[in-house]
Write a protein of this length. Structure first.
Length: 435
């Protein structure tokens, strides 16, 4: 009997109770059982603490603008599982998810796979059977032992290195960099925007050992300008003036530079991209929930959605808020929901001093910090705060409390932001399990 989409998703989410297992043995066994689909398409592989999704989406969008058929694999999804696996921007169909779940389940009958290993196998099988020209694959966690690391890509990208997932990746930047540099393959060029010296040294050493050419944003590659909407790119072999990037925030210059450098490095592999396609792709790329502005409230107050979930991401968000609200003529209302295994105090230290009011909430995810505990952490700040659950209620209150001149910012977790986005867009609420 064929699985329905609902039954397939239930099956997949039950795999989450297998937890996180870092290592490649099981995913390699599963790939072999499926006929090694990962060897049947070309790829770009992207690791990094932040910016992976923006960079991946940019590469895929520009390739599509150039007429190529581009696959995109990212995680987590914001609302629906199908968002994780896309071809030319179109999510995989629910029917296809159900069929692939059955096929991978059969192949994995004797293999104790995790949720992410299973979904990675589904994605790679889908791409292998979809006649793609190239797949852009985002690492799930770390790099060295991530399920996506069965790939041998044409280009590897390490966007940046900062603190996150220390329980799995280590407590120093050197350790974290070593795990992420685990995606480096012999002879495969590497692009990075990492600027922390201790992390750069690790990446440089790994590249030297693997004979992998290294190209660094800020050295061989430059992206400079007043904002992501107006910048110039000086690359490995090409340069472009007056570029316009659709993604907001000056930090996106680094992501755009990584994407453009990766695209340059694809050219020797028969994947050239002209300047017109680059300009069209950069100006039309979308990456939901990252510095995304929505204006749905009756009061007219803008809502800024951003999935900042570690101090580095919070610093970027803070810089964007300071850049766009230099005089602070109106109030900033933060809606915050953070996972319990994150550096909560580090995130609060970056964002709360900017806020006039904080609405604390809790997304429907098992790892989320309780709203009451999160509010207690705010006691050391002289800011008005309240607790409202679920996320939808917190956003609804913020909208009612805001005037047209105010800004509401929903952040702290991709899960919090995803639930807020569902409410604001009038969509069904996302599933509680979507890591």
């Amino acid at each position: 009997m064929t699985l329905s989409y609902t039954k397939a998703i239930d099956y997949l989410y039950n795999l989450k109770w297998h937890g996180i297992k870092l290592g490649l043995e099981n995913i390699r066994r599963l790939m072999a059982a499926l006929g090694k689909p990962h060897d049947r398409f070309r790829s770009v592989h992207i690791a990094g603490t932040n910016g992976k999704g923006s960079t991946a989406s940019t590469i895929a969008t520009v390739l599509q603008a150039a007429g190529y058929r581009a696959g995109l694999y990212t995680s987590p999804h914001l609302i629906d599982f199908t968002e994780r696996i896309r071809v030319n921007g179109e999510p995989i169909s629910p029917e296809r998810v159900a069929r692939l779940t059955e096929r991978v389940r059969t192949a994995a009958a004797e293999i104790p796979v995790t949720f992410f290993e299973f979904t990675t196998a589904m994605a790679f099988l889908h791409f292998a059977e979809s006649s793609v020209d190239l797949v852009v694959a985002e690492v799930g966690l770390g790099g060295r032992f991530d399920a996506t690391n069965v790939l041998t890509p044409l280009v590897s990208v390490i966007t940046n290195i900062d603190f996150d997932h220390q329980a799995f990746l280590g407590n120093t930047l050197e350790q974290i960099a070593f795990e992420k540099a685990g995606i480096v393959k012999p002879g495969v060029p590497v692009v990075t925007a990492t600027d922390r010296p201790e992390a750069v040294n690790v990446i440089r050493t790994v590249c030297r050992e693997q004979g992998a050419p290294l190209y660094r944003v800020g050295a061989e590659i430059r992206a400079e300008g007043p904002s992501s909407q107006q910048f110039r790119y000086q690359g490995i072999r090409r340069s472009y003036p007056d570029l316009n990037f659709a993604l907001l925030g000056k930090h996106q210059l680094m992501n755009a530079a990584c994407a453009l450098a990766a695209l340059e490095l694809l050219e020797p592999h028969g994947l050239p991209v002209g300047e017109a396609s680059i300009r069209r792709g950069l100006s039309t790329v979308r990456w939901e929930g990252r510095m995304e502005i929505i204006r749905p409230s009756p009061s007219g107050a803008a809502v800024l959605l951003d999935g900042a979930h570690n101090p580095a991401g919070a610093r970027v968000l803070r810089a964007f808020l300071e850049e766009t609200r230099p005089a602070r003529p109106a109030r900033l209302i933060l809606v915050l929901g953070i996972l319990g295994d994150k550096d909560i105090d580090g995130i609060l230290a970056e964002l709360v001093p900017l806020a006039d009011e904080v609405v604390v909430t809790r997304p429907g995810y098992d790892r989320a910090e309780s709203a009451a505990d999160l509010k207690r952490r705010l006691d050391s700040y002289s800011v008005r705060s309240s607790v409202l659950e679920p996320v939808e209620e917190a956003v609804r209150y913020a909208q009612s409390a805001a005037t047209a001149a105010d800004l509401i910012c929903v952040t702290g977790s991709l899960y919090t932001m995803g639930e807020a986005r569902s409410y604001l867009k009038g969509l069904a609420q996302p599933s509680a399990l979507r890591g």
